[in-house]
Write a protein that binds this ligand. Structure first.
Ligand SMILES: O=C(O)CCC(=O)C(=O)O
Length: 277
């Protein structure tokens, strides 16, 4: 792949400034229509795949996944070659470099889907709080979450609410999170600030720091609410014991796209092992 991204055509200086000070920026309608259509088709495939896996194991809840209600389907992008066209696209090269600088790794990716009428809320947390829950001594630099909307999102269908750094005290802090019984959500904030609801059309990307507190509401509408959420880091995330946490797939090194599908395997960089040969 040989992509030379043009920096800052999607991300303005003002947006970057807000990201730096408050931990998030909103990029409205930046995903091209054909890419959006592809992501919706892939979402349907991964949902069906996940339901079949749960059914074959006779389970309805696994971690944060609740069949028919709320899905988090993680690190399976290698099961579909088309996903790379988005994850390692010029668009994502531009956004990630603007925030993270000249080195970018894919750290994690997931679908977050809330089913019609019963899609559950998701509790206040920092994404880095999930890392800290597994590695209390963690000292990682904030990584970047790209919350990509496949549907118009609003307060009725379970959009995300952001607590800016200045209101959450999160610029340099990862709080210790506690686990909620039943949902298995980790909770990192119990104050009464409702946060800022993100109301944007399909094809938008909310880029936020892994230190930024956020939550999402229930889906009370008759349609699914679908999100695709890749996360990128400026360096591999290494635990306090020296082990890799999550994935570390090289995307951009020294400002050049280096992603190579031929060498991208779970054995090398982490993630779902895929279908055994
Ligand atoms: O899409 C959502 O409902 C929230 C997802 C989220 O907060 C996360 O995956 O960290």
């Amino acid at each position: 792949m040989n992509i030379t991204p043009t920096l800052h055509s999607v991300v303005s200086e003002e947006q970057l400034e807000q990201y730096e000070t408050e931990g998030y920026m909103i990029l409205e309608r930046v995903i091209p229509d054909d890419m959006l259509q592809m992501l919706r088709e892939e979402c349907a495939y991964f949902l069906g795949y996940n339901d079949a896996l749960m059914d074959s194991r006779g389970i309805r809840t696994e971690g944060l996944n609740h069949r028919g209600k709320r899905y988090f389907i993680s690190n399976r992008y290698r099961l579909s070659p088309r996903m790379r066209d988005f994850i390692f696209s010029p668009l994502m090269a531009e956004i990630t470099q603007a925030v993270l600088g000249p080195n970018v790794y894919l750290f994690h990716e997931q679908w977050v889907v809330k089913a019609a009428e019963q899609g559950m809320k998701f509790a206040w947390h920092q994404d880095s709080g999930y890392v800290k829950a597994g590695d209390p001594q963690t000292r990682h630099r904030p990584y970047l979450t790209c919350w990509c909307t496949l549907d118009d999102v609003n307060e009725e269908n379970g959009t995300v609410y952001i607590l800016p750094h200045s209101r959450g005290g999160t610029k340099n802090t990862i709080y210790t999170h506690t686990q909620e019984q039943g949902t298995n959500d980790l909770i990192g904030y119990t104050g009464d600030d409702p946060g800022i609801p993100v109301i944007v059309p399909a094809g938008s990307i909310v880029a936020f720091s892994s230190y930024t507190l956020h939550r999402s509401g229930a889906n009370r509408t008759k349609r699914m609410r679908r999100i695709y959420l890749p996360q990128y880091s400026a360096e591999p995330i290494i635990t306090s014991k020296g082990e890799r946490w999550g994935m570390a797939v090289p995307f951009i090194l020294n400002g050049k796209v280096v992603y190579d599908p031929a060498t991208d395997t779970a054995e090398r960089y982490g993630g779902y092992p895929g279908i055994p040969a």
